[in-house]
Design a protein around this ligand. Structure first.
Ligand SMILES: *Cc1c(COP(=O)(O)O)cnc(C)c1O
Length: 321
């Protein structure tokens, strides 16, 4: 492993993505402030291009390719937001992209990925090793593999969201971040440590998949089985070497929330703020809502990480009793 990325890398990433990524809004809610007795600043990456913060890291990583890498293009394995982020970034930068996806990936995700101009290569979830397949294709075709979180350029790109949040909102007492493999959390922590001294930084995972929390407690990366949770963007089995290196140094704690708490947060966003937020994008706010006295009177940043959820699933989740 090379050295860990720093806040200077986040600054460089911000310059690369400027004019390509949206500077997403920081929204307020009087209802939320009154109900929980805090001042909330919601950084709305559900309004980012392709619907999630992952565009930041992917675009930053692909922007750094040299001429030979650009010619070969980018390859990723993912059925989620990272796939679309790599596909869109490659198309904007005029390079080929291959996304390795399971044969049972939702039709909408396949269509969206192809719609951004990427070639989709299918694998069987039960018999194939997707990482081995991606590595073989990368070698055969001279493509560069971009992992979803454990890569210095991806982490630096993800850190630009918290940088913008703190620039726009001013000093924060606490920052809550949705946590899967830790790219967003580690990048955000770099920005918070540089721009908001004294700000408490929390990563938030689904209760069923608390590998990050276990890792922080154990002081080493703990691996778990794929967790069952509605937060499909946080079904990761372990943190990465880079992300854990930053998280153990710069993150105050890792918290967990239940699926029921995620649904409550989804309903609040829909009903009170008129926003569609995917279950994974609700992790941060759900934990802040449960923080009680800890956030009373505080200025609290919430990273709302994405809004990609198909409408039937959204309706089923927020409409149920
Ligand atoms: C990927 C993703 C996450 C988790 O991000 P990591 O960098 O893997 O921790 C959270 N929310 C959404 C919407 C995502 O797509």
């Amino acid at each position: 492993m090379n050295s860990l990325p720093t806040y200077d890398d986040v600054i460089a990433a911000a310059a690369r993505i400027e004019g390509h990524a949206h500077r997403t809004p920081v929204l307020r809610s009087r209802t939320a402030d009154a109900r929980w007795g805090a001042q909330f600043f919601f950084k709305c990456e559900n309004f980012q291009r392709m619907g999630a913060f992952k565009f930041r890291g992917a675009f930053n990583a692909l922007s750094r390719f040299d001429a030979a890498q650009r010619k070969g293009g980018a390859i990723a394995f993912s059925s989620g937001n990272h796939a679309q982020a790599v596909a869109l970034s490659a198309s904007l930068l005029g390079m080929p992209a291959v996304i390795v996806m399971p044969t049972d990936a939702p039709a909408a995700k396949l269509a969206a990925t192809r719609g951004y101009g990427a070639e989709v290569v299918m694998y069987d979830r039960f018999t194939d090793d997707r990482e081995a397949l991606a590595r073989r294709l990368a070698a055969e075709r001279g493509m560069t593999l971009i992992p979803p979180y454990d890569h210095p350029d991806v982490i630096a790109g993800q850190g630009t969201a918290a940088k913008e949040l703190i620039e726009d909102a001013g000093p924060l007492d606490a920052l809550y971040i949705c946590l899967g493999g830790g790219g967003l959390t580690s990048g955000s922590a770099l920005s918070a440590r540089a721009l908001a001294p004294g700000c408490k930084v929390y990563g938030v995972e689904p209760e069923a998949g608390n590998d990050g929390q276990q890792s922080l407690r154990a002081g080493r990366i703990v691996h778990i089985d794929t967790p069952k949770t509605i937060a499909d963007g946080a079904q990761t089995q372990h943190l990465g070497d880079y992300t854990f290196g930053i998280i153990r140094r710069d993150v105050d704690d890792i918290l967990t929330v239940s699926d029921a708490q995620l649904v409550e947060a989804m309903r609040f966003f829909a009903e009170r703020m008129k926003m569609v937020v995917e279950p994974t994008g609700c992790l941060a706010f759900a934990a802040a809502c449960a923080a009680g006295e800890a956030i009373r009177g505080a200025r609290v940043g919430i990273l709302v990480s994405g809004g990609n959820v198909d409408l039937a699933r959204f309706a089923a989740l927020v409409g149920g009793n």
